[in-house]
Design a protein around this ligand. Structure first.
Ligand SMILES: [Fe+2]
Length: 368
């Protein structure tokens, strides 16, 4: 082993009933702002569990359910206004990656009075956040164990990564029972996101033996459950949650790469869910990387129990078809537009092999 660097300041609990069992660990102040979306926190039972714990300890709270998929600045600042008006001193985020990402930004802006005009300028490493507890209600982004927040910038017409070492939640609570109410389509989309984190993490120049070991385990766990999902067999939700969290720990070290950079325009312009957009690009990405990185590609395929990238493409096809997940094909005109942004993004420079604009277009075409 040459060298290793690993950061994870988040305390993780993963077990049935962990919200009630570990309430002392995640009640991080005197008044909570519970950040969520419109449905999953209520439907999953997570909100009831959170409120019961707070009530039992006479901790006051306000709720904010204004976070949607692909949250923007407006949603963040509405949450900040609520936190300030109610004197909230800690945040509990219960939802998918969008909710947890937005909650990180609410915790940052509320604690530091960041003006809206400066929101996308970057987070100084010294900024402290209101303490944040994250309860993931999907199995995709791994945001509960990362320092990233992805927020839509309507001016730039894409999603932007707002991140800082301070953005790691203090506590993450994973109860797979909360995933029971998730539609299969969302399970499938979010698990594909997690799979892309693990695969991109392996190719990253920032990867080391530990992050690769986590990524290989994540790939094995996620593929096993994705195969079950594709064939309508009972899916182990705790394993999906575990795989997504491991993949989150990977990108916390390595960042994401080309697949994410190429997926963002598909989400912004074609309205494809984030994980699905990445999922359709994965097999093409492996095929592209194989000649320049044969050993790493072999490790990914072996971890997945596959022999060729095409098999991953076939699995994604079956998965999306059986769940009825649409994937609107981009026109050639759209591809001209999509090709510009991914290669400009700084993140892709961290990767071993960069495609030419023509190759990027081919990679898009292979996904549809
Ligand atoms: Fe992602």
């Amino acid at each position: 082993m040459d060298k290793l660097h690993f950061t994870l300041p988040t305390e993780v609990f993963a077990e049935r009933g962990c919200v009630a069992k570990h309430a002392k660990r995640w009640i991080l102040g005197k008044k909570a702002l519970i950040v969520m979306g419109k449905t999953s926190a209520r439907l999953s039972g997570a909100l009831d569990d959170i409120c019961a714990c707070l009530d039992a300890r006479q901790i006051a709270y306000s709720t904010y359910d204004g976070i949607s998929a692909n949250p923007d600045c407006e949603q963040v600042y509405a949450g900040v206004a609520l936190a300030k008006a109610n004197g909230c001193d800690f945040i509990v985020a219960a939802g998918g990656g969008s909710v947890i990402d937005a909650a990180k930004c609410i915790a940052w802006v509320a604690a530091n009075d960041i003006p809206k005009a400066a929101f996308f300028d970057g987070v100084p490493g010294t900024d402290a956040l209101l303490p944040l507890a994250a309860i993931p209600l999907t199995c995709g982004t791994g945001s509960e164990v990362t320092q990233y927040a992805i927020i839509t910038d309507h001016q730039a017409k894409t999603k932007k990564n707002v991140s800082s070492a301070a953005f790691f939640p203090k506590v993450a609570l994973l109860d797979a029972h909360y995933l029971t109410s998730l539609p299969k389509e969302v399970l499938c989309d979010t698990a594909l996101d997690a799979l892309s984190h693990a695969i991109e993490g392996i190719y990253s120049l920032k990867a080391d033996p530990l992050s690769r070991a986590l990524a290989e385990t994540a790939i094995g766990v996620l593929i096993q459950e994705l195969v079950r999902l594709a064939h309508g067999v009972f899916t182990n939700l705790a394993q999906l949650h575990y795989g997504a969290m491991l993949a989150g720990m990977v990108i916390a070290q390595t960042g994401t790469g080309l697949v994410h950079a190429m997926g963002y325009p598909l989400t912004y312009y074609k309205r494809m869910p984030h994980g699905r957009a990445n999922g359709v690009l994965l097999a093409g990405y492996l095929t592209f990387m194989q000649p320049s990185c044969p050993a790493l590609t072999e490790r990914i395929l072996k971890a997945a129990g596959l022999t060729m990238p095409e098999e991953l493409g076939a699995l994604v096809d079956t998965l999306l078809d059986t769940q009825g997940c649409a994937r609107p094909t981009p026109t050639e005109e759209e591809l001209e537009r999509f090709v510009v942004d991914p290669l400009r993004l700084e993140v892709v420079q961290r990767y071993r092999t960069l495609p030419s604009p023509e190759e990027v277009k081919d990679l898009y075409r292979m996904g549809f």
